[in-house]
Design a protein around this ligand. Structure first.
Ligand code: ZN
Length: 355
Protein backbone atom coordinates (compact mmCIF):
# COMPACT_ATOMS: atom_id res chain seq x y z
CA UNK A 1 0.00 0.00 0.00
CA UNK A 2 1.55 3.30 -1.10
CA UNK A 3 1.90 5.87 1.65
CA UNK A 4 2.55 9.59 1.19
CA UNK A 5 4.46 11.92 3.49
CA UNK A 6 2.93 15.37 3.87
CA UNK A 7 4.91 18.25 5.44
CA UNK A 8 2.44 21.09 5.43
CA UNK A 9 0.19 23.49 7.30
CA UNK A 10 -3.06 21.59 7.74
CA UNK A 11 -6.10 23.51 6.49
CA UNK A 12 -8.58 24.95 7.18
CA UNK A 13 -7.36 25.83 10.71
CA UNK A 14 -3.64 25.06 11.04
CA UNK A 15 -0.89 27.64 11.34
CA UNK A 16 2.32 25.62 11.62
CA UNK A 17 3.94 23.03 9.42
CA UNK A 18 3.16 19.50 10.61
CA UNK A 19 4.18 16.10 9.38
CA UNK A 20 1.63 13.41 8.52
CA UNK A 21 1.47 10.18 6.54
CA UNK A 22 -1.54 9.25 4.48
CA UNK A 23 -2.39 6.03 2.71
CA UNK A 24 -5.58 4.29 1.58
CA UNK A 25 -5.92 3.19 5.21
CA UNK A 26 -6.12 6.74 6.58
CA UNK A 27 -3.99 9.46 8.17
CA UNK A 28 -1.17 8.73 10.61
CA UNK A 29 1.04 10.84 12.85
CA UNK A 30 3.50 7.98 13.03
CA UNK A 31 6.07 7.68 10.20
CA UNK A 32 5.26 5.06 7.59
CA UNK A 33 8.23 3.35 5.93
CA UNK A 34 8.82 3.79 2.18
CA UNK A 35 6.47 6.76 2.10
CA UNK A 36 6.76 9.04 -0.92
CA UNK A 37 7.01 12.79 -0.40
CA UNK A 38 4.18 14.94 -1.70
CA UNK A 39 4.88 18.48 -2.96
CA UNK A 40 3.02 21.43 -1.48
CA UNK A 41 3.32 23.23 1.86
CA UNK A 42 -0.39 23.52 2.68
CA UNK A 43 -2.71 20.55 2.79
CA UNK A 44 -6.32 19.66 3.33
CA UNK A 45 -8.22 16.39 3.40
CA UNK A 46 -9.97 17.15 0.14
CA UNK A 47 -12.79 19.37 -1.10
CA UNK A 48 -16.48 18.49 -0.95
CA UNK A 49 -18.93 19.25 -3.73
CA UNK A 50 -22.28 19.13 -1.98
CA UNK A 51 -24.34 20.00 -5.05
CA UNK A 52 -23.10 18.31 -8.18
CA UNK A 53 -24.77 16.70 -11.19
CA UNK A 54 -22.43 13.94 -12.26
CA UNK A 55 -24.70 12.71 -15.06
CA UNK A 56 -25.23 16.15 -16.63
CA UNK A 57 -23.24 18.58 -18.73
CA UNK A 58 -23.97 22.26 -19.23
CA UNK A 59 -25.94 22.79 -22.47
CA UNK A 60 -27.17 25.86 -24.31
CA UNK A 61 -30.58 25.97 -22.58
CA UNK A 62 -29.99 24.07 -19.36
CA UNK A 63 -28.41 20.72 -18.53
CA UNK A 64 -27.99 17.90 -21.03
CA UNK A 65 -27.76 14.19 -20.21
CA UNK A 66 -24.50 12.25 -20.24
CA UNK A 67 -23.95 8.51 -20.54
CA UNK A 68 -21.90 6.57 -18.00
CA UNK A 69 -18.60 7.45 -19.69
CA UNK A 70 -19.50 11.13 -19.55
CA UNK A 71 -20.38 10.83 -15.86
CA UNK A 72 -17.06 9.10 -15.13
CA UNK A 73 -15.21 11.83 -17.04
CA UNK A 74 -16.96 14.37 -14.79
CA UNK A 75 -15.73 12.49 -11.71
CA UNK A 76 -12.16 12.52 -13.07
CA UNK A 77 -12.42 16.25 -13.74
CA UNK A 78 -13.64 16.90 -10.17
CA UNK A 79 -10.77 14.79 -8.80
CA UNK A 80 -8.27 17.00 -10.67
CA UNK A 81 -9.74 19.97 -8.76
CA UNK A 82 -9.13 18.18 -5.45
CA UNK A 83 -12.77 17.19 -4.89
CA UNK A 84 -12.88 13.93 -2.92
CA UNK A 85 -16.54 13.70 -1.86
CA UNK A 86 -19.62 14.50 -3.92
CA UNK A 87 -23.30 14.68 -3.17
CA UNK A 88 -25.05 14.19 -6.48
CA UNK A 89 -28.01 16.56 -6.22
CA UNK A 90 -30.16 14.99 -8.91
CA UNK A 91 -29.53 13.20 -12.15
CA UNK A 92 -30.32 10.14 -14.19
CA UNK A 93 -30.87 7.45 -11.53
CA UNK A 94 -29.97 4.72 -14.05
CA UNK A 95 -26.47 6.20 -14.18
CA UNK A 96 -25.75 7.86 -10.82
CA UNK A 97 -27.18 5.03 -8.71
CA UNK A 98 -25.17 2.50 -10.73
CA UNK A 99 -21.82 4.26 -10.16
CA UNK A 100 -19.75 2.82 -7.30
CA UNK A 101 -19.78 4.96 -4.16
CA UNK A 102 -16.08 4.17 -3.61
CA UNK A 103 -13.61 4.05 -6.51
CA UNK A 104 -9.93 4.79 -5.62
CA UNK A 105 -8.65 7.85 -7.46
CA UNK A 106 -12.16 9.24 -7.89
CA UNK A 107 -14.32 11.26 -5.50
CA UNK A 108 -16.60 9.21 -3.27
CA UNK A 109 -20.25 9.74 -3.99
CA UNK A 110 -23.59 9.93 -2.24
CA UNK A 111 -26.48 10.38 -4.59
CA UNK A 112 -30.04 11.49 -4.89
CA UNK A 113 -32.01 9.95 -7.74
CA UNK A 114 -33.93 12.06 -10.23
CA UNK A 115 -35.14 15.66 -9.86
CA UNK A 116 -38.60 15.22 -8.35
CA UNK A 117 -40.98 17.58 -10.14
CA UNK A 118 -44.22 17.11 -12.08
CA UNK A 119 -44.35 17.19 -15.88
CA UNK A 120 -43.36 20.61 -17.30
CA UNK A 121 -41.68 21.75 -14.06
CA UNK A 122 -38.03 20.98 -14.76
CA UNK A 123 -35.60 21.06 -17.72
CA UNK A 124 -37.25 18.67 -20.19
CA UNK A 125 -33.94 17.36 -21.62
CA UNK A 126 -33.02 15.66 -18.34
CA UNK A 127 -36.36 15.16 -16.59
CA UNK A 128 -38.19 12.02 -15.51
CA UNK A 129 -41.42 13.62 -14.19
CA UNK A 130 -43.18 12.48 -11.00
CA UNK A 131 -46.81 13.59 -10.54
CA UNK A 132 -48.09 14.55 -7.06
CA UNK A 133 -49.90 11.23 -6.59
CA UNK A 134 -46.79 9.14 -7.22
CA UNK A 135 -43.93 11.27 -5.90
CA UNK A 136 -43.65 9.50 -2.52
CA UNK A 137 -43.50 6.06 -4.18
CA UNK A 138 -40.89 7.26 -6.70
CA UNK A 139 -38.70 8.65 -3.90
CA UNK A 140 -38.95 5.49 -1.80
CA UNK A 141 -38.12 3.31 -4.82
CA UNK A 142 -34.96 5.33 -5.49
CA UNK A 143 -33.93 5.13 -1.82
CA UNK A 144 -34.39 1.36 -2.05
CA UNK A 145 -32.21 1.39 -5.18
CA UNK A 146 -29.29 3.01 -3.34
CA UNK A 147 -30.03 6.73 -3.16
CA UNK A 148 -29.34 8.25 0.27
CA UNK A 149 -30.71 11.68 -0.67
CA UNK A 150 -33.90 12.74 -2.41
CA UNK A 151 -33.87 15.82 -4.64
CA UNK A 152 -37.04 17.85 -4.57
CA UNK A 153 -37.51 20.63 -7.11
CA UNK A 154 -39.79 22.69 -4.90
CA UNK A 155 -40.32 25.54 -7.35
CA UNK A 156 -39.56 26.10 -11.03
CA UNK A 157 -40.85 28.22 -13.92
CA UNK A 158 -43.54 26.25 -15.81
CA UNK A 159 -42.63 25.13 -19.37
CA UNK A 160 -45.02 27.61 -21.04
CA UNK A 161 -43.58 30.54 -19.08
CA UNK A 162 -40.02 29.46 -19.93
CA UNK A 163 -40.93 29.26 -23.63
CA UNK A 164 -42.26 32.82 -23.47
CA UNK A 165 -39.45 34.49 -21.50
CA UNK A 166 -35.89 33.78 -20.32
CA UNK A 167 -36.83 35.59 -17.08
CA UNK A 168 -39.86 33.37 -16.32
CA UNK A 169 -40.93 33.31 -12.67
CA UNK A 170 -40.76 30.12 -10.58
CA UNK A 171 -43.93 28.61 -9.08
CA UNK A 172 -44.36 25.86 -6.47
CA UNK A 173 -44.24 22.41 -8.08
CA UNK A 174 -46.21 20.37 -5.51
CA UNK A 175 -48.84 21.36 -2.92
CA UNK A 176 -47.28 21.77 0.54
CA UNK A 177 -49.20 18.80 1.99
CA UNK A 178 -47.64 16.58 -0.67
CA UNK A 179 -44.20 17.94 0.25
CA UNK A 180 -44.89 17.29 3.95
CA UNK A 181 -45.87 13.66 3.16
CA UNK A 182 -42.73 13.28 1.07
CA UNK A 183 -40.47 14.63 3.81
CA UNK A 184 -41.89 12.34 6.48
CA UNK A 185 -41.83 9.26 4.22
CA UNK A 186 -38.21 9.92 3.19
CA UNK A 187 -37.09 10.49 6.77
CA UNK A 188 -38.89 7.33 7.93
CA UNK A 189 -36.97 5.41 5.25
CA UNK A 190 -33.64 6.84 6.50
CA UNK A 191 -33.14 9.26 3.60
CA UNK A 192 -32.70 13.03 3.55
CA UNK A 193 -34.17 15.73 1.36
CA UNK A 194 -32.37 18.43 -0.58
CA UNK A 195 -34.73 21.03 -2.02
CA UNK A 196 -34.12 23.27 -5.02
CA UNK A 197 -35.90 26.48 -4.09
CA UNK A 198 -35.58 30.03 -5.36
CA UNK A 199 -38.78 31.65 -4.03
CA UNK A 200 -40.08 32.54 -0.53
CA UNK A 201 -41.70 29.08 -0.31
CA UNK A 202 -38.32 28.20 1.26
CA UNK A 203 -39.72 29.34 4.63
CA UNK A 204 -42.48 26.70 4.50
CA UNK A 205 -40.01 24.03 3.37
CA UNK A 206 -37.70 24.69 6.31
CA UNK A 207 -40.64 24.52 8.70
CA UNK A 208 -41.75 21.21 7.12
CA UNK A 209 -38.27 19.81 7.76
CA UNK A 210 -36.25 19.54 4.54
CA UNK A 211 -32.58 18.81 5.25
CA UNK A 212 -30.90 21.25 2.89
CA UNK A 213 -31.82 24.37 0.97
CA UNK A 214 -30.34 24.33 -2.53
CA UNK A 215 -29.84 27.83 -4.03
CA UNK A 216 -32.16 29.75 -1.66
CA UNK A 217 -31.82 33.32 -3.00
CA UNK A 218 -35.16 34.24 -1.34
CA UNK A 219 -34.07 33.26 2.18
CA UNK A 220 -34.53 35.85 4.92
CA UNK A 221 -32.97 36.30 8.35
CA UNK A 222 -35.88 34.71 10.20
CA UNK A 223 -35.75 31.58 8.06
CA UNK A 224 -31.98 31.37 8.53
CA UNK A 225 -32.53 31.42 12.28
CA UNK A 226 -35.04 28.58 11.88
CA UNK A 227 -32.46 26.65 9.82
CA UNK A 228 -29.88 27.04 12.57
CA UNK A 229 -32.37 25.56 15.06
CA UNK A 230 -33.43 22.72 12.75
CA UNK A 231 -29.90 21.90 11.52
CA UNK A 232 -30.85 22.66 7.91
CA UNK A 233 -27.90 23.23 5.58
CA UNK A 234 -27.62 25.81 2.80
CA UNK A 235 -25.86 25.18 -0.52
CA UNK A 236 -26.08 28.57 -2.24
CA UNK A 237 -24.46 27.43 -5.54
CA UNK A 238 -23.18 30.96 -6.16
CA UNK A 239 -21.58 29.95 -9.47
CA UNK A 240 -25.12 29.35 -10.75
CA UNK A 241 -27.02 32.10 -8.91
CA UNK A 242 -24.56 34.84 -9.76
CA UNK A 243 -23.69 33.83 -13.33
CA UNK A 244 -24.26 36.50 -15.90
CA UNK A 245 -22.41 37.30 -19.10
CA UNK A 246 -21.75 40.87 -20.24
CA UNK A 247 -24.26 40.36 -23.08
CA UNK A 248 -26.98 39.00 -20.75
CA UNK A 249 -30.32 40.86 -20.80
CA UNK A 250 -30.39 43.88 -18.53
CA UNK A 251 -33.05 42.19 -16.32
CA UNK A 252 -30.69 39.26 -15.69
CA UNK A 253 -27.81 41.57 -14.77
CA UNK A 254 -30.07 43.53 -12.42
CA UNK A 255 -31.31 40.30 -10.78
CA UNK A 256 -27.74 39.08 -10.26
CA UNK A 257 -26.69 42.41 -8.73
CA UNK A 258 -29.64 42.28 -6.30
CA UNK A 259 -28.89 38.69 -5.39
CA UNK A 260 -25.22 39.46 -4.78
CA UNK A 261 -26.16 42.22 -2.37
CA UNK A 262 -28.75 40.10 -0.54
CA UNK A 263 -26.48 37.05 -0.30
CA UNK A 264 -23.63 39.21 0.97
CA UNK A 265 -25.86 40.17 3.90
CA UNK A 266 -27.27 36.71 4.58
CA UNK A 267 -24.30 34.35 4.14
CA UNK A 268 -22.20 35.83 6.97
CA UNK A 269 -25.30 35.76 9.21
CA UNK A 270 -25.91 32.09 8.34
CA UNK A 271 -22.32 31.14 9.22
CA UNK A 272 -22.45 33.16 12.46
CA UNK A 273 -25.66 31.39 13.49
CA UNK A 274 -24.15 27.98 12.80
CA UNK A 275 -26.05 27.02 9.64
CA UNK A 276 -23.90 24.54 7.69
CA UNK A 277 -23.11 26.51 4.51
CA UNK A 278 -21.84 24.14 1.82
CA UNK A 279 -20.09 24.53 -1.52
CA UNK A 280 -21.83 23.14 -4.58
CA UNK A 281 -20.70 23.51 -8.17
CA UNK A 282 -24.09 22.79 -9.79
CA UNK A 283 -23.68 22.21 -13.54
CA UNK A 284 -21.85 25.43 -14.30
CA UNK A 285 -19.23 25.96 -11.59
CA UNK A 286 -16.47 24.39 -9.55
CA UNK A 287 -15.70 24.14 -5.85
CA UNK A 288 -12.61 26.42 -6.08
CA UNK A 289 -14.74 29.11 -7.79
CA UNK A 290 -17.50 28.61 -5.24
CA UNK A 291 -15.05 29.23 -2.36
CA UNK A 292 -13.84 32.41 -4.07
CA UNK A 293 -17.44 33.62 -4.50
CA UNK A 294 -18.25 32.89 -0.83
CA UNK A 295 -15.33 35.13 0.12
CA UNK A 296 -16.55 37.79 -2.28
CA UNK A 297 -19.97 37.54 -0.58
CA UNK A 298 -18.47 38.39 2.79
CA UNK A 299 -17.35 35.12 4.36
CA UNK A 300 -14.00 34.98 6.12
CA UNK A 301 -11.63 32.91 3.93
CA UNK A 302 -11.32 30.22 6.63
CA UNK A 303 -15.14 29.96 6.82
CA UNK A 304 -15.38 29.68 3.04
CA UNK A 305 -12.80 26.90 3.18
CA UNK A 306 -14.76 25.15 5.94
CA UNK A 307 -17.85 25.24 3.68
CA UNK A 308 -15.83 23.16 1.21
CA UNK A 309 -14.26 20.85 3.80
CA UNK A 310 -15.06 20.26 7.48
CA UNK A 311 -18.61 21.75 7.55
CA UNK A 312 -19.56 19.66 4.55
CA UNK A 313 -18.10 16.36 5.76
CA UNK A 314 -19.71 16.84 9.16
CA UNK A 315 -23.11 17.53 7.61
CA UNK A 316 -22.95 14.80 4.97
CA UNK A 317 -21.72 12.24 7.49
CA UNK A 318 -25.19 12.49 9.03
CA UNK A 319 -26.33 11.14 5.69
CA UNK A 320 -23.88 8.24 5.83
CA UNK A 321 -21.32 9.73 3.48
CA UNK A 322 -17.81 8.80 4.47
CA UNK A 323 -15.00 10.99 3.21
CA UNK A 324 -12.09 9.01 1.79
CA UNK A 325 -8.53 9.02 3.11
CA UNK A 326 -7.42 11.84 0.85
CA UNK A 327 -5.02 14.75 0.72
CA UNK A 328 -4.85 17.79 -1.52
CA UNK A 329 -1.80 20.07 -1.30
CA UNK A 330 -1.06 23.59 -2.47
CA UNK A 331 2.06 25.72 -2.83
CA UNK A 332 0.41 28.80 -1.31
CA UNK A 333 -2.26 29.49 1.31
CA UNK A 334 -5.81 29.57 -0.11
CA UNK A 335 -6.84 31.59 2.96
CA UNK A 336 -4.75 34.43 1.53
CA UNK A 337 -6.05 33.95 -2.00
CA UNK A 338 -8.81 31.42 -2.88
CA UNK A 339 -7.46 31.35 -6.46
CA UNK A 340 -4.78 29.02 -5.07
CA UNK A 341 -7.45 26.29 -4.94
CA UNK A 342 -7.52 26.12 -8.74
CA UNK A 343 -3.90 24.88 -8.79
CA UNK A 344 -3.38 21.95 -6.40
CA UNK A 345 0.19 20.70 -6.15
CA UNK A 346 -0.97 17.13 -5.52
CA UNK A 347 -4.19 15.17 -5.11
CA UNK A 348 -4.36 11.69 -3.56
CA UNK A 349 -7.71 9.91 -3.12
CA UNK A 350 -7.96 6.51 -1.41
CA UNK A 351 -4.24 5.88 -1.99
CA UNK A 352 -4.19 6.82 -5.68
CA UNK A 353 -2.32 9.96 -6.75
CA UNK A 354 -4.38 11.65 -9.46
CA UNK A 355 -2.33 14.84 -9.70
ZN1 ZN B 1 -28.51 21.79 -9.36
Amino acid sequence: MTAWRVRAVLLPDGSEVEERWVSAGGWSEVPVGDAQDLPGRLALGGLVDAHSHVSFASGHAGPIALDRHGAEANLDRYAEDGVVLIRDAGGDPRIVLALPTVSPGRPRMVAAGRHLAPHGMYFEAVHLPAEPGEVVDVALAELAAGATWVKLVADFPPAAARAASPMAVAEPTYPLDVVADLVSAVHAAGGRIAAHVTTPVVTDLVRIGIDSVEHGPALDEETITAMAVMGTAWTPTLCALLSSSPDAPVERRRLVAERRERLSQLLPIAVRQGVPVLTGSDVVGSVPREVALLVRCGLEPADALRAATTSATRFLRLGAAVAPAAVVTYNADPRDDPEVLTQPAAVVIDGVRVR
